[in-house]
Write a protein that binds this ligand. Structure first.
Ligand SMILES: *Cc1c(COP(=O)(O)O)cnc(C)c1O
Length: 432
């Protein structure tokens, strides 16, 4: 899930929600299952599976299928082949000397992981392809997904066309009006894009419709969720598929420099490109990990999407994690210039890494992100996505504040390319 709007996977009302909790149980931190194995759907206190009973069996099937596939060399052979031949992996690791010079910190070196160079231009395709291949393995013939800004929908429609799967994308009617070019892309790729006119007419309503469809068609259908959040097994499964961002980067950086980075930086919406990048480094205590969230118009304005920075633990989209909510648990309205960061939740693994002190989180406002975009264009010739521009803007701001050490080696994830944002940027250039 990748865009604006507040929502829960199941949309339970108060009474139903209380009953669900009783059925599913609200496990304490570090819960173990009956046979003493740590609950694989948990990351410390976070994660779990808070969904209506009608979805439990389907989620367990996906979990078991993913675990079996991940242990099967045949699945990895096919996935690796498609990632290489169709998606363009491994992606480049780009030494960025002119960006590094712009930081004005002596001896600093910056490397960019170019997820923007994948087919369709963002990291989302890594997860879409992995899950679509899993669906084929499970004997499913139909994929459904929800989309907000349309980026996840385009990735899903693409892999469905590649693998010959039928594809239904639920999208709020208001989002469709705003994101027409992605609607055209999805339809060209053969997807059935269904306008959702109920509820908020945005992502929240689209999720509700997609879940309703899944409950009625679990025999034939896989629900392809787009970020490392939601009920188990999605956070771990999406992490597994995105983890090659970090695995490739680690090997490429060691080959180029002979050492590990001092500091790894990625933007955080739901958290999939960030956890995909960070996972290969969580065991290296000396490597600093920073997730950069959308500061929107500034944290003090309340118009932002900085969940790790300003949220509190709660339930949303079927799992327990940091959430932007008020005292009564009402999900907050969010704002970001980057549609992919405009989300009031965050994945449970990042929440856990924050709580154990392994993850730093920072915010970049809309204005800082635009500066990041501009500087990267002019120094390295890369028009990056507004989401990724938050990570670049944060780096520039940190350097100015003296927070980047001399001679440090920095690895930054460019999650996507900026073509999709040209209309927004053009309007701002006109206005500015
Ligand atoms: C969707 C998107 C994001 C945010 O999603 P995560 O799950 O947090 O990675 C970031 N960058 C781009 C280019 C996106 O399309």
């Amino acid at each position: 899930m990748c865009a604006s709007g507040s929502h829960t996977l199941s949309e339970p009302d108060g009474e139903k929600k209380a009953r669900m909790r009783m059925v599913i149980g609200h496990r304490p931190p570090h819960a173990t299952t009956r046979d003493g194995i740590r609950d694989p759907g948990r990351f410390g206190a976070f994660g779990g599976r808070y969904v209506p009973e009608g979805l439990m069996a389907a989620l367990t099937d996906v979990e078991n299928a993913h675990r079996a596939a991940w242990a099967d060399p045949e699945y990895h052979r096919e996935l690796d082949r498609l990632l290489r031949e169709r998606i363009g992996r491994p992606t480049l690791l780009h030494a960025a000397p002119r960006l590094a010079r712009a930081l004005e910190v002596p001896g600093v070196r910056v490397f960019l992981k170019r997820e923007d160079m994948t087919h369709t231009g963002a990291h989302k395709i890594n997860n879409a392809l992995g899950q679509a291949l899993l669906a084929v393995r499970m004997g499913k013939t139909r994929i459904i997904a929800e989309t907000g800004a349309g980026q996840h929908g385009v990735a899903v429609a693409t892999v469905c066309a590649m693998l010959g799967l039928s594809c239904v994308i639920y999208m709020g009617a208001d989002d469709m009006a705003r994101q027409q070019s992605n609607v055209v892309r999805m339809r060209l790729l053969g997807a059935d894009v269904r306008a959702v006119r109920s509820g908020d007419r945005r992502l929240k309503a689209a999720v509700t419709e997609a879940v309703r469809d899944w409950v009625a068609h679990t025999e034939t259908t896989h629900f392809l969720f787009g970020t490392a959040a939601g009920p188990a097994p999605y956070p771990r499964m999406v992490r597994d598929h995105q983890s090659r961002i970090g695995i490739e980067s680690r090997a490429q950086l060691l080959a180029a420099t002979g050492r590990l980075p001092d500091h790894v930086i990625a933007c955080v919406g739901g958290g999939s490109n960030a956890i995909g990048m960070f996972h290969a480094f969580t065991g290296d205590a000396q490597v600093r990990l920073t997730g950069v969230e959308a500061g929107g118009r500034g944290l003090h304005t309340g118009e932002h999407a900085a969940t790790l920075s300003a949220g509190t633990p709660g339930e949303m989209d079927g799992s327990f994690s940091y959430v932007l909510q008020d005292h009564e648990g009402q999900i907050a309205r969010t704002h970001s210039i980057a549609a992919g960061l405009d989300y009031p939740g965050v994945g449970p693994e990042l929440s856990h890494l924050k709580d154990i002190g392994r993850l730093d989180h920072a915010v970049a406002t809309d204005a800082v992100a635009l500066r990041g975009l501009d500087t990267l264009c002019r120094t390295e010739g890369i028009i990056t996505a507004l989401e990724s521009a938050h990570a670049v803007g944060y780096l520039l701001e940190s350097a100015e504040q003296g927070a980047i050490a001399e001679d440090s080696l920095i690895l930054l994830c460019l999650s996507g390319r900026g073509d999709k944002d040209l209309a927004i940027v053009a309007d701002l250039l006109d206005a500015g």
